[in-house]
Design a protein around this ligand. Sequence first.
Ligand code: ADP
Length: 488
Amino acid sequence: MALGEVAVVAKVGKGLFIGGKWVDAVGGKTFSVEDPSTRSPLCEVADASIEDALAALDASHGAFEAWAATPPRYRAEIIRRAYEIIMARSEELALIMTLEMGKPLAEARGEVAYAADFFRWFAEEAVRIDGRFYVAPDGNSRVLTMKQPVGVAYMITPWNFPLAMATRKMGPALAAGATVVLKPAEQTPLCSLALASILEEAGLPAGVVNIITTSDPAGVSEALMNDDRLRKVSFTGSTEVGKILAERAGRRLLRVSMELGGNAPFIVFDDADIDLAVGQAMIAKMRNMGEACTSANRFLVDSKIASEFSEKLADRMSHLNVGRGTEADTNVGPLIDQAAIDKVTSLVSDAVANGAAILTGGRANLDDGYFFEPTVIVGTSSNSAISKNEIFGPVASVVTFNDEAEAIDLANGTEYGLVAYVFTNNLSRGLRVIEALKTGMVGLNQGLVSNAAAPFGGVKDSGFGREGGFEGIEEYLDLKYVAINHRA
Ligand code: ADP
């Protein structure tokens, strides 16, 4: 590691952040964090046990009443200060993110700004929590509604956007007056730990946010979710784990938000601007090395333009530099771990065995880290494993269609429903297709939908609940209705 890299990693707290203090895990247990671009260890962080997790819950519960009672403007200003500190520390946070997760520094800087934006947006939303007052239809009573913070919220975040997934959950929770226990992914705990120090510096009272890192996410989560003091679970991760957690939350009727997997179709009609579609395909596919739930997973292209689109895409993909994210000319960093490499390799070989052809790329390169070549495959069957599973890697797979109805059928032929991308210059067709798509989000002539000001979320196996936008804060507010006898 370069000296600057050692210095930023050294600065991050490695303990558990509980009740405003940095503490060791019981028994001093730790686990190792690795740099996926070198496969060598970066540092050790505390390994929370169930006992530690319950201490974090205790702190969060203890801080709740006072935090919930603070003036909205007070909460807003703390969140806003945290936004400003994140932006001021952008370089440092980006480097930490690149080291633990692998994405190129330019993308890491982009994520830092995106992450900060959730704090900016929810600082603005904190002061707009509203209710209603109206006359009941019979004229005899009055209806009053008010919104109150949900209580203690447990947040489980994934490794692919280690800072933004934390702020996207914490921003609305803190704005609403809820308190937090956050458990980042084992692969990428450092961004969340850095965030703890930033929140402290921004003036967040002790206990309002608690952060626990653990190598036992299942055990710790079960203990927290069995405890009466917890009221809400917000999870971003795989559909498989999401279903386990939703079932467990059901036993205690916890409020739940689930941002799960995707299998995004990227539909290109023959009336689309092909160069625009190729440029946006690069973003929809290659952002985060393809390790995003919004990543374009199936390129559905009209057979009349499929060759032109695929060749242009392959040309762009073949010019990308794969390498360590800290190097200035890197466009594509490593995947997160060996399991990711194994999955992508097997999906590509299965597609080829079933008749697909590789236009560029196709292989892993494991000299140093977990690298995989930017890949385009064509002639993929809509029934092959690569069309049915989330690839989570830099592989674009092209399936052709012959008419609009077939495109819609293919697009909806998945248990997932997070996002779809539609490319057409025909407005009527665009609106028709958008209405027919069974997803929570659509990009129209645009390959990126993420925006702090917009409601992010899915339907079907992609989960439920929305993060960001005006809707995001509702996930952390309970609604109370008061029937008023105004003649009393
Ligand atoms: P991925 O396969 O991409 O790592 P996961 O869904 O396994 O996605 O992980 C997302 C988050 O869920 C991580 O923070 C991880 O620690 C956590 N996690 C994994 N398994 C469980 C579980 N059984 N219960 C609670 N959290 C879990």
